[in-house]
Design a protein around this ligand. Structure first.
Ligand SMILES: [Zn+2]
Ligand SMILES: [Zn+2]
Length: 170
């Protein structure tokens, strides 16, 4: 669980950094495995019983590259805004999703859901160790980032064939 203590928060702006183990918030990243604590940086604006929280959550994740199958570590970062209302009525503005109500006298607010869902949607659909990863040779399985292989002879590259045709026409 990641919680923010609110009973001692001052009026106006304040800042807090919080860390929690990925397992503490049940963080499951599609196709990856968290490799660091979840770091949370919070900017808080308090006006009485209303708190506006702007949060930045980040975590290092180990992925397997979709092309070359090598493991690599990447930082995932999510931003979220939450309005916390302590007791009383909900304010007239703000959508329900980002609104959290806690009872009057509450000592803390649970940020776990906001952090978890924000990080989970940031997982890449197709993790790549780098944009131009050359992947594995479909024939011999060589990691083409590391070495070439005999299967990729010039004759097999269709772009090369096209070039040869062009030269032939001249
Ligand atoms: Zn790769
Ligand atoms: Zn090959």
């Amino acid at each position: 669980m990641i919680t923010l203590k609110i009973d001692s928060l001052p009026e106006g702006h304040s800042h807090q950094d919080i860390e929690a183990a990925a397992s503490e918030i049940d963080l499951a990243i599609e196709g990856g495995r968290p490799a660091s604590p979840v770091r949370l940086s919070l900017d808080i604006n308090r006006g009485g019983d209303e708190l506006l929280i702007s949060g930045r959550a980040s975590v290092s994740v180990i992925f397997e590259c979709a092309r070359c199958l090598e493991s690599f570590t990447s930082e995932i970062e999510g931003l979220f805004d939450l309005m916390v209302v302590v007791g009383g009525e909900a304010p007239a503005f703000g959508d329900e999703e980002s609104l959290v109500r806690v009872p009057a006298g509450a000592k803390s607010v649970d940020l776990t859901d906001a952090v978890r869902s924000e990080l989970m949607v940031r997982a890449p659909l197709k993790p790549l160790c780098r944009e131009d990863c050359r992947g594995l040779c479909p024939e011999c399985g060589t990691n083409l980032n590391v070495a070439g292989c005999a299967c990729r002879g010039e004759d097999r590259d269709p772009r090369w064939d096209a070039l040869k045709r062009l030269k032939g026409e001249k």
